[in-house]
Every structure is written in C-alpha cells, then in structure tokens.
Design a protein around this ligand. Structure first.
Ligand code: A2P
Length: 308
C-alpha cells in the first residue's frame, strides 16, 4: 500500500486513545503556531503537543477554537515547566487559561528537575551568577507528581505522565508509595540515532507509551540525508521525514514531528507500511552511525540521562 494518512491510535493505560501522530510545537513561535495548528487540524491531525515552556499556548488554544472541531475530538498535551514544579496547581490552571480550555488530555512533568521560581533572572530558566541553571537540588519530582495525581482526579487533565525520564527516574516514580496513578507516557527524544531500545522495552513492560520528540532529528537534521533512510524513502516514493515518522509508529511509539510549514505538516501526516526488513534496517542504523543525543541541556551537575 502506498502512503496514506495516519489513522493509527494507541491505548493509554487509562483506556483513552491517543492518535499516534501529533503535531510538535517546540520552537514554533506564537505567530507561526496558530497557522501550523490550523493546517494540522485541516489535514486530519487530532493530536497537538505543546508546553508552557514553548510560550505558545495561547495561539495553540486559539487555533483549536477557530478550527471549529469539537474539543473532545482533539488530544491536547501540555507540560509543567521546571520553574513551575513547586506549584503544579497554579501551573495547570494558568495553562488552561492560556489555552482557553477546560481540561487537557495529558499533562506531563517536562523534566525531572525543578528550577528556583524565586530567582527572577529569567522567566523560564533562571541562572546563578556563575551561569549555571538555578536548580533546586533538594526538591523531588515525586512531590510534583503527587499534585499531578490530584489534578487528574479533579479532571483538569484526563491523564498524567512524564517527559525526559530515564529508566532510573521512572523506576523510582513507579515504586514510590505515593504513586497511585501510573504515568501513561514518557515523552523523550527518539529517532534512529537515538532509538532508546532499553527504555522502550522497559516502558512497554510497564504499560507506559513512549512519545518521540525531535523524531526528525530537529533543526538541520543529518537523518534527512542518511543514505539508509533516503534509500527506503525512494523505494516508497516519499520523503525521508515520512520514513522516520512511519518507523516511529511501526515500533509502537507516538510521534510528534514539529513543523510550521503547511506542506510539511501535510506530508508528515502520511505513513507508509514498512516491511519488517526495512524496520530492522532502520533499527540498526545506530550500530554503524553511533548514538547521537541532540537535546541535552545542562542541569547544573545533574545528568538526567545518566544511565540511558
Ligand atoms: P519547519 O518547522 O521550518 O518546517 P523535529 O520534529 O525532529 O524537531 O524536527 C523539526 C525540524 O524539521 C524543523 O526545523 C522543521 O522545519 C523541519 N521539518 C519538519 N518536517 C520536515 C519535512 N517533512 N522535511 C524536512 N524538514 C522538516
């Protein structure tokens, strides 16, 4: 079968369904994201991923409203920024106000690290005089997660999860006595240069979905010219991006390609059915090219991806 619009959905552990392909909006400015979300919804996307830290929630919400598509048909995710970790109640209320929504479908802890909200050197990423991020080393994301569970019970978010969590941090969260509601997803960087096979196996075992951010390899991606990917794309007569998105779905992960270009937003919603041979070729690229993590901010001596 040739390229077709994605209709795949996965089940969250809550029983809700989540469209496999969603629009990523990191690095999409307010002015760009409005048209991007409208273009995505017109194409058929029903899943939009944003975050407080992307500073574009207002425009995302306005586009959702202006699309005329009933709210319950769209899966909306936003995230608790590190600077908000001490007060998730206000953080989600503020996000809902900006989005002009009564609830989100998914609320994630964006990073397993809290930043000092009393340091006003920067609205999102405050730093110390030496330039390091002002990390609250004694604060535990377990305490934020406790509050997220309350927010889920109140219905302000239909489900809760995490992002940028390692196996070590996930294990601690799952084993903690205060964790009564399991995270439904872990959103992480995933692409053939960073397949995170152990994390994928671990999360599948625990009924947690992995969500792929930067699935195309982010800006100026070397993946789009990788010879294996280009060859498979030529075989299917589609773009390399379509192969990366199809591979993500093939291996059972949600995928969140970001674009503000309408033609790309449209083509990124196309999926091809990969043969198992092609899937394996894509699985094996990292063995030759090595592992490349593209997004790895410095958290003042905390290595959030330490053992992955
Ligand atoms: P733009 O937003 O200007 O269209 P990722 O999802 O891995 O973070 O990648 C996002 C980057 O890839 C952005 O620079 C985006 O550019 C670009 N991009 C998105 N879709 C495609 C595509 N189909 N082909 C080439 N580049 C793309």
């Amino acid at each position: 079968m040739s390229a077709h619009k994605s209709s795949t959905t996965f089940k969250l552990s809550t029983g809700a369904s989540i469209p496999a392909v969603g629009l990523g909006t990191w690095q999409s400015s307010q002015s760009e994201v409005y048209d991007a979300v409208l273009a995505a919804l017109k194409t058929g996307y029903r899943h939009i991923d944003t975050a407080y830290a992307y500073l574009n929630e207002e425009a995302v919400g306005k586009a959702i409203k202006d699309s005329g598509i009933p709210r319950e048909e769209i899966f909306v995710t936003t995230k608790l920024a590190s600077i908000q970790q001490l007060d998730p109640v206000s953080a989600l209320n503020d996000s809902l106000k900006r989005l002009d929504l009564d609830y989100v479908d998914l609320y994630l802890i964006h990073w397993p690290v809290a930043l000092n909200p009393n340091n006003k050197s920067h609205p999102l990423i405050p730093t110390l005089p030496n330039g390091d991020r002002d990390v609250l080393h004694d604060f535990d994301f377990i305490d934020s997660y406790k509050v997220l569970q309350e927010l889920a019970q109140q219905g302000k978010t239909k489900a809760i999860g995490v992002s940028n969590f390692s196996i070590k941090n996930l294990t601690r969260l799952l084993e903690h006595p205060s964790t009564k509601i399991k995270p439904v997803v872990n959103q992480v960087e995933l692409h053939p240069y960073l397949p995170q096979n152990e994390l994928l196996e671990f999360t599948k075992k625990h009924d947690i979905l992995l969500e792929a951010y930067s699935p195309l390899g982010s800006t100026n991606s070397p993946l789009l010219t990788d010879e294996t990917i280009v060859k498979i794309a030529e075989n299917h007569n589609v773009s390399p991006a379509t192969i990366l998105i199809s591979w993500a779905v093939w291996r059972g992960t949600v995928v969140l390609p970001k674009s503000v270009t309408p033609s790309r937003i449209e083509s990124n919603f196309l999926i091809v059915d990969l043969t198992s041979e092609e899937g394996k070729q894509l699985d094996n690229i990292h063995k030759e090219k090595g592992i490349k993590r593209l997004i790895n901010p410095s958290w003042n001596n905390i290595d959030v991806f330490a053992e992955d």
